[in-house]
Design a binder for this molecule. Structure first.
Ligand code: ADP
Ligand code: MG
Length: 255
């Protein structure tokens, strides 16, 4: 049985069918990319999965439970996590404190006790930082970190909830190509090691083709193709929506 099964999912805004009846599924151990031109319905799909938006029609089965109609918090408790940007106010906290705060909030402890709780699950927080490769920066304030390392802290924070499915909407936005590849390689490693599933959106086709196990392609709210990177690269409908008929994806190295 799939971890996630989406059937006939749809959402409109006024006359715009942002997502128009899509079907896909996702298994544990899979890194699935959701791609498509601007306005294709990627963010709308994400926000229906995490409960920020309520679907008009369809079904989202997660481990056999229907998610449509649940509050974001309930969906999160079931094990559907998402990455968030670290809020400005938390950038002054150290790297490890940010992860400790995430653990504290998962354990539903009261935030006001934080000042007395700087030792709170520090070992677990350090293990999470180890997992994302920045344990050596644990005691630095977040605002001193390189952008790529901040993204790693955000990943550690998302993993603190031990999600079974992690949603990442444009996780590498604003990063240099080398950092993008490193972050997605790390994400793939976490998927395999923890046997979780990740659904992510990404603009760079190089990154998608290099790291995704499978790709689904949206255009104007419809799912027009799904398959392995190789299958998608050669898919005529995909080439058409991105480049117009006849053109193919270019490899970065050859240009
Ligand atoms: P993507 O993330 O693929 O760029 P979106 O899901 O953000 O696409 O948007 C899909 C379509 O729905 C677009 O036409 C967009 O203008 C429209 N849309 C998205 N969110 C809203 C909203 N809150 N109100 C009205 N229209 C929206
Ligand atoms: Mg979007």
């Amino acid at each position: 049985m799939s971890l996630l099964t989406v059937t006939g999912l749809g959402k409109h805004f006024g006359g715009v069918k942002a997502v128009d009846g899509i079907d896909f599924s996702l298994n544990a151990g899979e890194l699935l990319a959701l791609i498509g031109p601007n306005g294709a319905g990627k963010s709308t799909t994400f926000n229906m999965l995490n409960g920020q938006l309520r679907a008009d029609v369809g079904s989202i089965q997660f481990q056999g439970k229907e998610l449509i109609g649940l509050e974001p918090r309930e969906i999160w408790r079931y094990g559907v996590g998402r990455t968030f940007q670290i809020a400005q106010v938390f950038l002054s906290f150290s790297v490890v404190e940010n992860v400790q705060l995430a653990l504290l909030s998962n354990d539903k402890k009261i935030f006001a006790f934080w000042k007395k709780a700087s030792a709170y699950r520090r070992d677990d927080a350090m293990a999470l930082l180890e997992m994302v490769g920045i344990a050596n920066q644990a005691d630095r304030p977040c605002h001193q970190l390189a952008y790529g390392d901040i993204k790693r802290v955000e990943l550690a924070i998302a993993m603190a909830n031990e999600p079974k499915l992690l949603l990442m909407d444009e996780p590498t936005a604003g990063m240099a190509p080398k950092e993008r590849n490193a972050l997605m390689a790390l994400t793939k490693e976490l998927v395999v090691k923890n046997n979780i599933a990740v659904l992510f959106t990404e603009h760079s086709m190089d990154v998608v083709f290099a790291h995704a196990d499978r790709i689904i392609v949206l255009a104007r709210g419809r799912l027009i193709a799904q398959g392995t990177p190789l299958e998608i690269r050669d898919h005529p409908k995909v080439q058409e929506v991105y480049f117009g008929t006849g053109k193919t994806f270019e490899k970065k190295e050859t240009t």
